[in-house]
Write a protein that binds this ligand. Structure first.
Ligand SMILES: [Zn+2]
Length: 398
C-alpha cells in the first residue's frame, strides 16, 4: 500500500515504476491504461469481476479478503446460489476512504463514487458548484423522517474534517451492513429513524489550493497568490481559509452580517483575503449560496459544521439558542472530551451555524476538532476520529 500512497500524493515516477515491477508490467514509469487498470482497484476500493466456472461467493470473498455479505450488499440483484458465468459483479475491498494522505477533491470524488458503488443504499447528489465549477457533492445515509446535516471543510486549511466525515460514513455503512452496533447504537435503527446528510467538502477549490491539487499555473492559483501578497503575515498556501477568490465562506450568512463586516473591515480585512473577508454582501459566494439553499430545502432538525482546531464546541448564537442545545452540547462534550465555549465576540456573526440557529431556532454546532496549527497534519486523524465518533453518532439520535 505504501506505493499507492506515494502515487496518490502525486509523487509519480519511482512509485509508478515500483508498482509496475510488482505487478509485472513494463517499467516505463508512465501511467498507461495497463498500469491504470492495475492501480484502479486500490484507488476505487473494489474491482469489477467477471464470474468464471466454479466461482462461489465464498471463494471470491476469501480470494479478495472480503466477506460474502459485502459482495451481496454491493450486488443487490445477485442470486448467490446461481452465479451466471460471464456476468460482472462488484467485489469490494475492506476499506475505501483514505485517512493517511492529503485529501484532495480528486480523492473525494473517487471515494464518494466508490462508497455509492459498494453501498448502493446511499443517495449521492450535488448541492451546487464552486467558483471554479467543481461540483459540491452530498451523500445521504438512512431513510428516516428526521433530517440531520453534517458539513466539513468550509475553511480550506481545515480539510482534515473531510476524511473525518467520509470515514465516519464508511464505518456507519459497514456497521449497518454487518449489523454491529456503532458507539452503542443499532445502525438499523439509525437508518430507519434518520436521514443523515453529509457535505464532506464545501470549499473544494480552497482545499485543492492548500493540498497542492490546484495547478500553480492556473489563473485561479496566481490570483490567490496575488490576494495573499496583500496579507504577508498569513502564510501562503497553508494559512488560506477562504474560497478561491478570497471570500471567507463562514462569514457569508445572513445573521448580523453587517456586524461581522464592521468587525472584520476594522481588522483590515476589507478586500479579498486568505481569511476573514466577509464578501461585498451576504451570500455572494456560490459555495455559501449552495449551502444556504440546501439547508432551506431540507429543513434539518440539527446541524454540525466541522472546523479545526482547538477541541472546543460552539453551540450558541446570541439570544436565539434553543433550550435543548445546552444538553446536547454537554453530551457532545462528555463523549469527546472537547470543551464548551462561548463564541468570542469578533467571530460571533455571519457563520453557518449562527444563521442556522437564528433562522430555525434549532440546535446548530460548530466543532473545532483537533489541536495544533492549521492545516493539522494527517497524522492527527486517528485521534480526531476517536474523539468525534461519539458526537457523530449522538448527533443522529438527539
Ligand atoms: Zn474554520
Amino acid at each position: 500500500m505504501e506505493i499507492l500512497m506515494e502515487f496518490l500524493d502525486l509523487k509519480l515516477g519511482n512509485a509508478v515504476i515500483r508498482f509496475q515491477r510488482e505487478f509485472e508490467l513494463s517499467q516505463d514509469g508512465i501511467v498507461g491504461p495497463k498500469t491504470w487498470n492495475a492501480l484502479a482497484p486500490y484507488i476505487n476500493g473494489y474491482i469489477v469481476y467477471t464470474i468464471e466456472k466454479g466461482d462461489t461467493l465464498y471463494k471470491l470473498a476469501n480470494r479478495y479478503s472480503t466477506t460474502t455479505n459485502a459482495i451481496i450488499t454491493a450486488n443487490p440483484n445477485i442470486n448467490s446460489n446461481n452465479l451466471l458465468i460471464g456476468s460482472k459483479i462488484i467485489i469490494p475491498f475492506s476499506s475505501v476512504v483514505f485517512t493517511d494522505i492529503s485529501y484532495t477533491s480528486t480523492i473525494l470524488y473517487k471515494n464518494v463514487e466508490s462508497l455509492k458503488t459498494i453501498y448502493p443504499f446511499l443517495e449521492i447528489g450535488t448541492i451546487g458548484r464552486t467558483v471554479i465549477g467543481n461540483e459540491i457533492p452530498f451523500i445521504r445515509f438512512g431513510n428516516g423522517s428526521k433530517k440531520i446535516f453534517y458539513n466539513a471543510s468550509i475553511h480550506a486549511n481545515e480539510w482534515i474534517t473531510t476524511p473525518l466525515l467520509m470515514k465516519f460514513l464508511e464505518i456507519l455503512c459497514k456497521a449497518y451492513v454487518n449489523n454491529v452496533t456503532i458507539f452503542g447504537y443499532e445502525p438499523a435503527n439509525l437508518f430507519n429513524d434518520v436521514s443523515l446528510y453529509i457535505v464532506p467538502m464545501v470549499n473544494i477549490d480552497g482545499v485543492d489550493l492548500v493540498t497542492g491539487n490546484l495547478s500553480t499555473t492556473s489563473n485561479f492559483y496566481t490570483n490567490a497568490e496575488k490576494i495573499s501578497s496583500n496579507f504577508p503575515d498569513i502564510p501562503f498556501t497553508s494559512g488560506w481559509k477562504a474560497n478561491i477568490v478570497g471570500v471567507d465562506l463562514n462569514l457569508q450568512f445572513p445573521a448580523d452580517w453587517d456586524r461581522a463586516k464592521e468587525i472584520k473591515y476594522a481588522q483590515g480585512f476589507d478586500k479579498p483575503a486568505p481569511r476573514d473577508f466577509v464578501g461585498y454582501g451576504p451570500l455572494t459566494a456560490p459555495e455559501a449560496i449552495a449551502l444556504y439553499n440546501f439547508t432551506i430545502e431540507n429543513n434539518f432538525s440539527l446541524v454540525i459544521s466541522y472546523h479545526t482546531q482547538g477541541e472546543v464546541i460552539y453551540w450558541q448564537y446570541q439570544d436565539y439558542t434553543p433550550e435543548e442545545s445546552f444538553n446536547i452540547a454537554q453530551n457532545f462534550s462528555r463523549v469527546s472530551g472537547y470543551t464548551l465555549e462561548d463564541t468570542p465576540y469578533e467571530s460571533s456573526f455571519a457563520g453557518y451555524k449562527d444563521w442556522f440557529i437564528y433562522k430555525y431556532r434549532k440546535p446548530g454546532f460548530t466543532i473545532e476538532a483537533g489541536s495544533g496549527t492549521n492545516p493539522l497534519p494527517i497524522s492527527q486523524f486517528d485521534t480526531i476520529y476517536r474523539d468525534n465518533l461519539g458526537i457523530l453518532v449522538l448527533g443522529m439520535v438527539q
